[in-house]
Design a protein around this ligand. Structure first.
Ligand code: PBG
Length: 324
């Protein structure tokens, strides 16, 4: 017979395991968490079933859970009590993220604590930089962003992750960290962050929707991929240790390009609407949640991500354990 027998290599579970090219494990997953100042207990985020606003006590319990599940790290977002135009609570010594970092490290010093470094949750304009005359101004924002990263490092964060998309922020952060002796604090830059509709549920969760305009003068146009290479190159030249592509699902070609062009660790962020779409359909009984999520995680690995930020991390770690 004159044809190839591709099915031989799919003929049994053992054969499929043997020839499998890509796989994820819980080691690849980072769990994003929302800590809210002044909250006691926790409140489910309506648009993200299964994800919570956490008061510090509830946060501590979740850190224990994440640790028991064996996840390598968490990513922290803060929801402050007060917003002001200087984003003061973003870099306050006893701000909610800074306190959460200390709490997490006290519970489990081995857990990698990563922090989202941004201003949008902390100022009334809801923009990721400083607003002057209706514009988001780049250079004056850098100082506050670097101060925010420094305050996270001082609280004990292992990794700071700037998500603001201002130019020059990695250089500004690296310089300030080094100046204060935090030479080991790692910078994971959200180098390739698109102006995406997939952040909708997050903005509800983080109370960080822009009060005017949108984020298109700083986040990337979803149509562009060569531009992603320029963003990544700049951030690496400025001192980034690791890169992120965000969102994940609609941007796997971008993850692949970044993977092929750079040799640093690359992550992707399976963002809020990607999570909520799955949850909504699963709650209707329309899809097999476990099948969908595990296939997505495998696809992110295939696209070249070394690790993945996902709200599914705890479930995925549980499923992985169950399968043994
Ligand atoms: C803050 C930030 C956003 C997300 C992470 N950091 C929202 C935004 O840029 O509007 C999105 C995360 C998600 O949707 O899960 N700059």
């Amino acid at each position: 017979m004159e044809f190839d027998r591709h099915r031989r290599l799919r003929s049994s579970a053992a054969m499929r395991r043997l020839v499998r090219e890509h796989r994820w494990t819980p080691d690849d997953l980072v769990y994003p968490m929302f800590v809210q100042e002044g909250l006691s207990g926790k409140e489910e985020i309506a648009s993200m079933p299964g994800v919570y606003h956490l008061g510090l006590d509830a946060f501590r319990r979740e850190v224990e859970e994440v640790s028991e599940l064996g996840l390598p790290g968490i990513l922290l977002f803060g929801i402050p009590l007060e917003k002001d135009e200087h984003s003061t609570s973003a870099y306050a010594e006893h701000g909610i993220v800074q306190e959460a970092v200390r709490a997490a490290k006290a519970i489990n010093p081995d857990l990698l604590v990563m922090t989202d470094v941004c201003l949008c949750q902390y100022n009334p304009a809801g923009h990721c930089g400083i607003v002057q005359d209706g514009k988001i101004v780049n250079d004056p924002s850098l100082k506050l962003i670097a101060e925010t990263a420094l305050s996270h490092a001082a609280a004990g964060a292992d990794v700071v992750a700037p998500s603001d998309m201002m130019d020059g922020r990695v250089a500004a952060i690296r310089a300030l960290l080094d100046e204060h002796g935090y030479v080991d604090t790692t910078i994971l830059s959200y180098a390739v962050k698109y102006a995406s509709a997939f952040y909708g549920p997050f903005r509800e969760a983080a109370h960080s929707s822009p009060a005017f305009g949108d984020r298109r003068t700083y986040q990337m146009d979803p149509a562009n991929v060569r531009e992603a290479l320029r963003e990544a190159a700049s951030d690496l030249a400025e001192g980034a240790d690791m890169l992120m592509v965000k969102p994940a699902l609609s941007y796997m070609d971008v993850t692949k390009s970044i993977r092929d062009n750079f040799d640093v660790p690359v992550s992707t962020y399976n963002v809020s609407a990607e999570y909520s779409m799955v949850k909504a359909a699963a709650n209707h009984g329309w899809i097999d949640e476990r099948g969908i999520v595990t296939e997505m995680l495998t696809s992110f690995k295939r696209a070249g991500a070394d690790f993945i930020f996902t709200y599914h991390a705890k479930d995925a770690a549980r499923w992985y354990k169950e399968e043994g």
